[in-house]
Design a protein around this ligand. Structure first.
Ligand code: 6R9
Length: 585
């Protein structure tokens, strides 16, 4: 959903009720001062490796707390409101992740190997990721919602040697198509196991409780997150261990996390938010985190805040809008007074949702803008700084984000251009796995990392996100590439051609709309629409299935065969299509 138009005079209205007293008790006290004096090198001193030279995220996030005063502090509160209600201290996580490290080692998994993590949101998911770190291997988290094609693409590209999963999810892993995949570790497998399968519980039970982390360098791999672009299959953003410096400091200054907080990040670790700010940020700071399993449920969400006395909450606009559309009566019975700060990520937070959240909780969510590739928050609103409704915020101290033209020249205020970041922040991705050409595309404007978003700056230096410059779709906060959906669609026997766009939607930000030309012998019908959408759901992922389908004679393409999504968007709005001189006959 785009923000207000660039020329709207109301754009710059400062929101008086958001003004903070100058003495506000925030970790980041003075933004302007921090921009002048802050140095990333100073943050390095917060980590043991700055003294020992030995780096591993599991040491900084878990072991050093387990060896100190936070030993018995709860690191992870977990419930699924059904069969499980558990808590794990830092010491518990040290033992569990050591055991899991042994399990992987015994299978022959080594430093630098990739390990697929395909699990529902349970404590085992967190243990598996951190246990993988312990041996210096690289986790590849996979959303529980992914179906066979999505899993195959990611496990095959990363050449994962092992995958941690469940007996139910295992059916979606196409073993014959994945020659590199040697082992499956199955959580909750009661019965018999195949020769290349290991039962998680059985293996963990016999494993020793301590395993020294594999000591790595700053540049060694941390994690690969697959994400979508406007062309091609999903691509693997590889991050390095040094990224923890960025996670730590942004969690401290933008999320404003403190030792006594109970922090709830609602994101799944299949998405970068669920690792950078569901694991690395909070736990390098030694903060207690809440994780809940199961599906989204407004009632349970408010209940979670009350149950754990959540003080800091990090979620996404679609979730806030879904809470809003569920109505005001639902939060009424719950005590939400423990909350002291809320942040938002993934899409622009529209003013209605922001105001509604303020009404229900007394707090306005603060925007954080960033990407899988940036690894950490880059543009944010900060507790100690005035902010403007609908505005994305200001660059994090020590980073420089701005708006440039296609040649890289910075644009004056109020001009729409490319949202770019000066390379060199600590959590910038290290590579696109197996694809240096894709990596280079991010730096096509010399001197800048090109986000693919458009934005403008106002006269006070605030940045305003305006939309995507490419065809990437954000639906309910999830980043979906049109090509992946189109590929899934044309695999259906009735589909000759398919073109996919993101269509603005009041709750989900965007929904996926597909324009489909049918093969000869197939007639358009509602039943066929449903069947085709269901086909994408079972092959790719539910969130990637088109919610709207329009049958067309032909999908508009350029002479070189590229789908003209601009034309599809115009069709969708019932507008004239403009210049189509490059269109094929
Ligand atoms: C963390 C994450 C990145 C894209 C990004 C932009 C959109 C993220 C936003 C936002 C407006 C915000 N985006 N945060 N747009 N305001 N606060 O979302 O990563 O899934 O890789 O998506 O999401 O378009 O380019 P990822």
């Amino acid at each position: 959903m785009a923000n207000q138009p660039v020329d709207a005079p109301s754009l710059l209205t400062n929101v008086e009720w958001e003004r903070k007293p100058p003495s506000i008790d925030a970790n980041l006290k003075d933004y302007a001062e921090a921009c002048r004096t802050f140095r990333w090198e100073d943050v390095e001193r917060e980590f043991d490796w700055s003294r020992t030279g030995k780096i591993n995220i599991v040491h900084e996030a878990i072991d050093r707390h387990a060896a100190g005063t936070r030993r018995d502090k709860v690191a992870l509160y977990y419930t699924d409101y059904d069969t499980r209600d558990e808590r794990y201290t830092f010491d518990d996580l040290k033992r569990h992740t050591s055991k899991f490290g042994h399990v992987l080692k015994r299978l022959g998994v080594k430093r630098g190997d990739r390990v697929g993590i395909f699990l529902p949101r349970t404590p085992e998911l967190y243990v598996a990721i951190l246990g993988t770190h312990r041996i210096g291997a690289i986790p590849v988290p996979l959303f529980e919602a992914f179906m066979e094609q999505a899993i195959q693409d990611r496990l095959s590209d990363s050449a994962a040697i092992a995958c941690v999963t469940t007996p139910a999810l295992k059916a979606r892993i196409p073993r014959p198509a994945l020659p590199a995949l040697k082992h499956l570790i199955l959580v909750g497998a009661g019965g018999t196991l195949a020769a290349d399968e290991v039962g998680y519980e059985q293996a963990m039970a016999g494993a020793p409780e301590w395993l020294e982390p594999e000591w790595l360098t700053k540049d060694d791999g941390l994690i690969i997150h697959y994400t979508s672009g406007s062309t091609g299959k999903s691509k693997g953003a590889l991050h390095r261990q040094y990224a923890m410096v960025g996670h730590y400091q942004t969690a401290k200054w933008a999320l404003d996390l403190r030792d006594e907080d109970i922090y709830w990040c609602t994101a799944d670790p299949g998405w970068v938010t669920g690792t950078s700010y569901g694991i690395y940020g909070p736990w390098t700071l030694g903060v207690s985190s809440v994780v809940i399993g199961g599906r989204f449920d407004p009632d349970r969400w408010y209940q979670t805040i009350q149950k754990y006395r959540v003080s800091m909450w990090y979620s996404a606009p679609t979730a806030y809008r879904m809470l809003m559309s569920a109505g005001e009566a639902i939060p009424k019975p719950y005590d939400l007074s423990s909350l002291r700060h809320i942040c938002s990520v993934g899409e622009p937070l529209n003013p209605e949702a922001l105001k509604w959240m303020k009404k229900i909780t007394g707090l306005a969510p603060h925007e954080t803008w960033w990407m899988t590739e940036t690894g950490m928050q880059i543009i944010c609103n900060y507790r100690s700084l005035d902010f403007k409704i609908g505005c994305t915020g200001k660059p994090f101290p020590g980073t420089y984000a701005t708006v440039v033209d296609d040649q890289g020249k910075e644009l004056p205020p109020f001009e729409l251009g490319n949202l770019v970041v000066k390379p060199g922040w600590p959590s910038m991705m290290k590579a696109i796995w197996n694809n240096p050409a894709k990596f280079d595309e991010y730096f096509r404007i010399p001197g800048w990392y090109v986000s693919g978003d458009t934005a403008m700056k106002d006269a006070d230096g605030y940045l305003w996100y305006q939309g995507r410059a490419d065809d990437v779709i954000k639906t309910a906060g999830e980043r979906v590439g049109p090509f992946e959906v189109e590929s899934a669609l044309v695999a259906h026997p009735a589909v000759a051609e398919a073109g996919v766009i993101g269509k603005p939607d009041a709750v989900r930000g965007q929904i996926i709309k597909a324009f489909i030309a049918l093969r000869k012998g197939h007639e358009p019908s509602d039943a066929l629409k449903q069947q085709i959408a269901g086909f994408v759901k079972t092959n790719l992922a539910a969130h990637a299935a088109p919610r709207e389908i329009a049958f067309v004679e032909k999908v508009p393409k350029t002479r070189s065969g590229k789908i003209m999504r601009r034309v599809l968007r115009a069709w969708d709005r019932g507008e004239p299509v403009g210049d189509i001189s490059t269109m094929e006959e």
